[in-house]
Design a protein around this ligand. Structure first.
Ligand SMILES: Nc1ncnc2c1ncn2[C@@H]1O[C@H](COP(=O)(O)OP(=O)(O)OP(=O)(O)O)[C@@H](O)[C@H]1O
Length: 240
């Protein structure tokens, strides 16, 4: 469903992503891990069509990310690390606006907004100005936005970053549920989240993929260590 081949991205002289190749098969929920600055957001932004690559290829649902970006956007829901929301709009207004941009017709729009509002626990803040929402609630609006067009593929960049423990639990539960219906690439620093919600894991370090496989295969390869031990050993990072 997601195919990335030899993807490379330079920011000026700096290679943030170097010859990255991986696949996410249909229906799979993949944890995309790596220390700060490893190249996760850069890769995800390229897949979502927000950034060009220096070289390499990528496709989603058979559509080329670079030559057919509009078709790709129809197939994905992308939640960036910090969601660019409009503070002067109310939650419902924002979702209406986004649903319009995503091409949902009037009838479908109302139904779908009700659904994502319910699903992302936004009922209580439906009429609140986005600018007055807490970070956790803004994250939920970003997640609701990514679900609006019911895309087959979800690309979620640190969806639980900055949430309180209750919100983290709720969001994890939602991610697990969404994983039954969507192919998902999910970046996070919380390794227990990956162990709970993902089938597979890709670890990226200094712009390069250093591990890629099902959780079971990766654990087996590393003598049944837990993911945290594997991550620390591969990347030399304690702070995650
Ligand atoms: N617009 C930019 N211009 C220059 N360098 C950038 C830019 N965006 C990212 N970088 C650099 O590219 C590297 C990869 O960044 P990226 O945001 O993809 O990492 P990440 O794995 O998502 O990190 P984090 O876990 O901290 O979010 C970092 O060294 C970062 O400083």
């Amino acid at each position: 469903m997601i195919v990335v081949e030899h993807l490379t991205k330079y920011y000026g002289e700096y290679p943030a992503v170097r010859d990255v190749t991986f696949e996410v098969p249909k229906g799979r929920v993949v944890g995309f891990l790596g220390p700060n600055g490893a190249g996760k957001s850069t890769t995800m932004r390229i897949l979502a069509g927000f950034l060009t690559a220096t070289s390499g290829r990528a496709s989603i649902a058979g559509k080329d990310v670079f030559s057919d970006p509009i078709a790709v956007r129809r197939n994905i829901g992308y939640m960036p690390e910090s969601c660019p929301l409009y503070p002067e709009l109310r939650v419902e207004e924002y979702l209406k606006f986004r649903a319009g941009l995503k091409g949902l017709g009037w009838g479908a729009r109302r139904k779908r907004i009700d659904y994502v509002v319910e699903r992302c626990w936004l009922k209580d803040v439906r009429r609140q100005l986005i600018g007055t929402l807490s970070k956790g609630y803004r994250q939920r609006v970003g997640l609701a936005d990514s679900l609006l067009a019911d895309p087959p593929v979800l690309i979620l960049d640190e969806p639980t970053a900055g949430l309180d423990p209750t919100q983290i639990r709720e969001t994890r539960k939602l991610i697990r549920e969404l994983g039954r219906e969507h192919t998902m690439l999910l970046s996070t620093h919380i390794l227990s989240e990956v162990e709970m919600a993902c089938d597979s894991v890709i670890i990226i370090y200094q712009g390069q993929v250093i591990e890629d496989g099902t959780l079971e295969a990766v654990r087996h390869k590393h003598k049944n260590q837990n993911l945290e031990e594997i991550f620390v050993r591969l990347t030399g990072q304690e702070g995650i």
